[in-house]
Structure formats: structure tokens, C-alpha cells
Ligand binder design. Structure first.
Ligand SMILES: N[C@@H](CCC(=O)N[C@@H](CS)C(=O)NCC(=O)O)C(=O)O
Length: 209
């Protein structure tokens, strides 16, 4: 198996965590989106990361790749089988990928990617809006959803992968959940990112060089 995409990407991290959970070895190629690499471009029609190659089977999109991995390597399950739990797990996968992404990535994009990787000025106004307006609404919602170590049922699932992944980028940008205001969320994020599969994923290479 080959996985394309820098370890900085929350979406690439989702796949790295799932592979670690399922004990699958992977050749990680930590290139950036829209990289001029023919094999990557063949696997990623939109030029986005992650993209994946399993012995010639090409697939893009983190959720598509996780769905494929779940069918190929069912144990340990990352998608609950019970109907309501399955529905909620998919909801959180989508929520993490869409509603959370722009807000949680804004500090990293403006304090790390733009100034340190692209040589562009970061926008602290965008960071302030994310921290003061957008993220608190997300944190309020998640604080109300957390009732134990896992977001859905009594097992780690795709819900935890997709919701937790972006918090690492928040930390890399020097920010964290205020544990005084959102104690359950802060504890949940710390515990989830300390899980062995996340620790493995967080150590993944971020650059081809
Ligand atoms: N829905 C996709 C989103 C992937 C995505 O947007 N990745 C970002 C990097 S974190 C990217 O490649 N951005 C380039 C672009 O949007 O053109 C997934 O889950 O894999």
C-alpha cells in the first residue's frame, strides 16, 4: 500500500491512523497537494491529498479510503455495525471533514503554512475569527456530545479519527482547547491524540525532503 500526502494534512492523518489501528504497513510518500508526480496525479483526480494505491487500485478521498480499508481489513472495526451508531459515526466523519475543517485549520494555515512554507504573510484576523467565533461554536457542540472516551458507543471509531485529527494542527499553531471552558473536549482531545495509532500518525513525515 502507498499513501500520498504530507503528514501535516488532517485528512492524510485519518488514513495513517486507520492503517495503524488495523496493523497495516504503508509506504508513505509525504508530498504536497497538486504535486507534479505522475503516480500521485493518477491516484488523485483532483490533485488533493490523501491519495492511495493498493497494488494498483487507486483511490482518493480520506473517507473513501477508510471505507475501502474497513472492507478489506474488517478487524478492528472502525465503523460501528449497530444502525444508530453507524449513522452517528458517519455524521461525525462528515462533520470533522467539512464543518470543522476550515475553522480548525485556520491557525495552522496562517501561522505555519503561509509564512513558513509559502513565504506569504499569515492573516491573524482570520486566526482571531476562527479562535473567537467559529471554533467556540464547534467546541460547545462537541462538549455536549462527549460522554466517555469515544464519541460513538463504547469503541474507537472513524468518528474519533475525523473529529480529533485537526486538533494536532491547532496545537502546531500554538493553540489548544481551553480546558476551563470545555473540560470534556480538552480531555477527550488529549486522550485521543495520545492513542498509539495517533502517536504513530503524528510522527509521519511532513515533507519529501
Ligand atoms: N474530502 C477530501 C479533502 C482532501 C483535501 O481537501 N485535502 C487538502 C489538504 S489538507 C488538499 O489537498 N487541498 C488542495 C485543494 O483543495 O486543492 C478528503 O477527505 O480526502
Amino acid at each position: 500500500m502507498k499513501l500520498y500526502g504530507t503528514g501535516y494534512s488532517p485528512y492524510v492523518r485519518k488514513v495513517l491512523v486507520a492503517l495503524a489501528e488495523k496493523g497495516q504497513a504503508v509506504e508513505h510518500i509525504p508530498l504536497f497537494f497538486h504535486a507534479e508526480d505522475a503516480a500521485f496525479q493518477a491516484a488523485s483526480p483532483l490533485g488533493k491529498i490523501p491519495a492511495f494505491d493498493d497494488d494498483g487500485f487507486l483511490l482518493a478521498d480520506s473517507s473513501a479510503i477508510l471505507t475501502y480499508l474497513e472492507a478489506k481489513v474488517p478487524s478492528p472495526a472502525l465503523y460501528p455495525s449497530e444502525a444508530k451508531a453507524r449513522g452517528r459515526a458517519i455524521w461525525f466523519d462528515k462533520y470533522g471533514d467539512t464543518e470543522m475543517f476550515d475553522a480548525i485549520i485556520a491557525p495552522f494555515a496562517n501561522r505555519v503554512v503561509k509564512p513558513k512554507m509559502l513565504g506569504q504573510p499569515g492573516d491573524e484576523g482570520a486566526v482571531a475569527k476562527a479562535l473567537n467565533e467559529d471554533l467556540p461554536k464547534i467546541y460547545d457542540y462537541l462538549e455536549g456530545q462527549i460522554d466517555g472516551p469515544y464519541l460513538v458507543g463504547d469503541a474507537f471509531s472513524v468518528a474519533d479519527i475525523s473529529v480529533a485529527t485537526g486538533f494536532h494542527n491547532l496545537h502546531l499553531a500554538g493553540e489548544a482547547v481551553d480546558a476551563g471552558r470545555w473540560p470534556k473536549l480538552a480531555g477527550y482531545v488529549s486522550a485521543t491524540l495520545a492513542r498509539p495509532s495517533f502517536v504513530t500518525a503524528l510522527a509521519a513525515r511532513t515533507s519529501p525532503n
